[in-house]
Write a protein that binds this ligand. Structure first.
Ligand code: NAI
Length: 691
């Protein structure tokens, strides 16, 4: 049969016609391990689709030739290059045009999905008539654009609403969450979720006899009615406002407005979708969130560098089953390692298993998965499994001599090439390494509390730690789905050193009589996820005091009396039900200030600039290698307002000179602790050079 179609090979795509006149369009983005929709990829797609318009086949299947997935999204690197709103708008309109072309093909079209199908990839799939997704844990679909400060722009808002109805579609776009193939099927975002072995046959049989397309039930369509939309939109705005302020995160609000105003008219909604995304894209929030995404990729890349060097570890042995050791053990087992955990006491091991069960039930849901994960976590009071471990993690009391003593005992029993990691938060690695025959094997692996929630691990190198072991530690952190941040062994490393002056300033403000809620609200207003007073209560005031005491030996901080007295009285924060706040059902009771209370005008500056000043000091001391790594560490280690792009980016955005002057003013008002660090000189010169 001569259909007029021949195979076509592009740089990123190839188009293949089979004997049934079905066309298979494969994406295999050149020079990249992952498929993303770059301008070049879209240009070729447009060419292929134009070709198919002129030579219509019996059906079209779009699929990926990459193992890891379908399409992970648009090419985010290209998002930062637009010089104007107009340029951004043109690029988005072009994307829309190409997806409209796909939608308007006369033949049935299928997106055949495995692995990642996110953002622009999901939008492309939605422009196909049918979607078939592989039913496997690796398949993840979603429209996560809101996390980058935008919303779908290639017609995705319109098509998601049409496929899933307003409640579901807006929910997934507003949260940016990803979901499985089965969940997507339930939400009507895919038509079929099938095992891998049936994928190709399912596609063929649909193209041979296209089934009727599923439509929304009437009651879901009704929710789109123009009389109902304002009410639903109002409710959604209220829900969003609990999580994100419009001034800081405009994208979710823009999305709700778009639906509310234009959902009656498909063409107009498409036009307005493009305008809305273009406006967001050139705004500061999106540019900073895209920057944060890039920083996250940088840290992942540091982990990958290690992967190439090291053989993959299998057995992890943890010593010390307290708050940290226990949770680290549970997390390692959840990530697939064979884990043994040792302590001096039986009862601590029992508690570890209890906490692990809680975590696994929450994360894994299915009892069978919980049981198999628990099988990988072995209580090991005497430490029998130490001898087979590839990685040993020490998380016992924060006492140099006790740790050294332990190292002397365990080193002769360890495998010759096993990596030894310490979770110390303050003891110099050099001190601990003195107890070792092979000091090069020791690295710091500084986890944060709570382990299951905090995405960062500081990878601490002492003077003796070998380069190869640092790489192994980074790769290990990445294999735990954590972001590795290399830091030097100096007091507080990066995160605690920067966090502590901020927390202490908050306590000083409280001592001055500023209501606790006012202090916390001011930090939240800046964009922090939680106020410093509540954060101190959450971390535990005893731990804050310990770190503050240690850091005060090297840094210019004096530990506030109020912190010490609370700890003396056993008011340790959330864990004891009382700290600065009193907690009820795990929530702090925050008393609002008197109506006529006026907070100090420089309250926010006092909190934030103490952090910024300390970051400059860390860079001067070489705690982290680059300003970008400092920003990444502070964002992922403390939650520093992501939409501001990190503390260094924030100071550059405001102007180094301006921030410096503010610090000088604060120094005059409140004393030495605000004195600008000597590291500022370099920043001021750099700014002057750049004009
Ligand atoms: P913890 O006091 O809750 O637990 C320490 C555990 O080690 C106890 O169960 C104890 O029985 C056990 N232990 C002590 N000596 C031992 C030995 N010779 N052999 C076997 N087990 C022994 O302490 P936590 O809070 O878990 O801290 C552990 C380490 O993690 C410390 O170095 C700390 O500085 C660090 N860290 C703590 C953080 C936190 O938020 N608690 C955060 C990051 C690091």
């Amino acid at each position: 049969m001569d259909t007029g179609i021949s195979n076509k090979i592009y740089r990123h795509w190839w188009l293949e016609q089979d004997e049934e006149n079905l066309v298979w369009l494969h994406l295999d983005k050149a020079d990249s391990s992952t498929n993303t929709l770059s301008e070049a990829v879209l240009t070729e797609l447009e060419d292929a689709l134009n070709y198919l318009h002129h030579h219509p086949p019996r059906g079209l299947v779009i699929r990926s030739a990459k193992e890891n997935g379908f399409i992970a999204g648009a090419d985010i690197g290209e998002f930062t290059c637009f010089e104007s709103q107009h340029a951004a708008l043109e690029a988005i309109q072009r994307g829309q045009r190409i997806f409209n072309l796909l939608e308007s093909l006369s033949c049935p079209t299928i997106a055949l999905i495995h692995g990642y199908c996110l953002g622009g990839g999901m939008e492309l799939a939605l422009a196909c008539r049918y979607r078939i997704a592989e039913d496997s844990p690796e398949t993840r679909l979603g429209l996560p654009e809101v996390r980058l400060g935008i919303h779908p722009g290639f017609g995705g808002t319109v098509r998601a609403l049409e496929a899933a109805g307003p409640l579901t579609a807006l929910n997934i776009m507003l949260t940016g969450r990803s979901f499985s193939a089965r969940a997507a099927k339930k939400m009507r975002l895919v038509d079929y979720a099938v095992p891998e072995r049936h994928l190709l046959n399912a596609a063929r049989s649909i193209l041979r006899t296209p089934p009727k397309q599923t439509t929304l039930p009437w009651w879901l369509k009704l929710l789109n009615h123009r009389l109902l939309r304002p009410w639903i939109a109002k409710y959604m705005v209220k829900t969003v406002a609990k999580k994100a302020v419009r001034a800081h995160y405009p994208a979710p609000y823009a999305l709700i407005d778009l639906w509310r105003h234009y959902a009656d008219d498909r063409e107009q909604m498409l036009r307005e979708e493009a305008v809305s995304v273009a406006n967001l894209l050139v705004g500061k929030t999106a540019q900073n969130l895209i920057r944060v995404f890039g920083l996250q990729e940088t840290l992942k890349g540091l982990g990958r560098e290690g992967e190439q060097q090291a053989s993959k570890p299998k057995y992890v042995h943890i010593i010390g089953a307290g708050v940290m050791g226990g949770d680290i053990a549970a997390w390692c087992a959840l990530q697939g390692y064979q884990v043994s955990i040792q302590d001096r006491e039986h009862k601590t091991l029992g508690r570890v298993i209890q906490r692990a069960v809680g975590l696994y039930r929450k994360r894994l849901k299915k009892p069978r998965l919980v049981a198999t994960t628990l099988d990988r976590l072995m209580p090991d009071l005497p430490g029998y499994a130490l001898a087979r471990a590839d990685i040993v993690i020490e998380a016992i009391f924060e006492d140099a001599e006790v740790k050294q003593q332990l190292f002397r005992e365990i080193e002769p029993q360890m495998k010759a090439d096993a990596l030894l990691c310490t979770n110390t938060s303050s003891i110099p690695l050099e001190t601990l390494a003195e107890a070792l025959e092979k000091p090069a094997r020791l690295v710091g692996l500084h986890f944060f509390n709570p382990v299951a929630k905090m995405p960062l691990i500081e990878i601490v190198h002492g003077q003796n730690s070998s380069a190869e072991n640092m790489l192994r530690a980074r790769a290990f952190a990445k294999s735990l789905s954590r972001l590795p941040l290399p830091v030097s062994s100096s007091p507080g490393f990066l995160v605690n050193r920067v966090l502590m002056p901020y927390l202490i300033e908050a306590v000083v403000l409280a001592e001055e009589g500023v209501p606790l809620k006012v202090i916390d609200d001011e930090a939240i207003e800046f964009g922090m996820p939680m106020g410093p007073i509540e954060l101190a209560d959450t971390v535990g005031l005893d731990i804050c005091l310990k770190v503050a005491d240690i850091l005060s030996q090297d840094m210019d901080i004096s530990v506030p009396e109020r912190l010490r007295s609370l700890v003396d009285r056993g008011r340790l924060g959330r864990k004891t039900g009382r700290g600065f706040y009193t907690f009820k059902k795990g929530q702090p009771l925050k008393t609002p200030p008197n109506k006529d209370y006026i907070p100090p005008v420089d309250l926010q500056e006092r909190l934030i600039l103490r952090m910024v000043n300390e970051v400059i000091a860390c860079l001067r001391d070489g705690v982290v290698e680059t300003p970008d790594l400092a920003d990444a560490g502070i964002i992922f280690g403390t939650g520093f307002a992501p939409f501001r792009g990190g503390p260094v980016h924030y100071l550059q955005d405001r102007g180094a000179q301006q921030v410096y002057k503010m610090l000088q003013q604060l120094e005059q008002r409140y004393g030495q602790r605000f004195a600008p660090d000597s590291g500022w000189q370099a920043w001021l010169e750099q700014e002057a050079d750049n004009g």
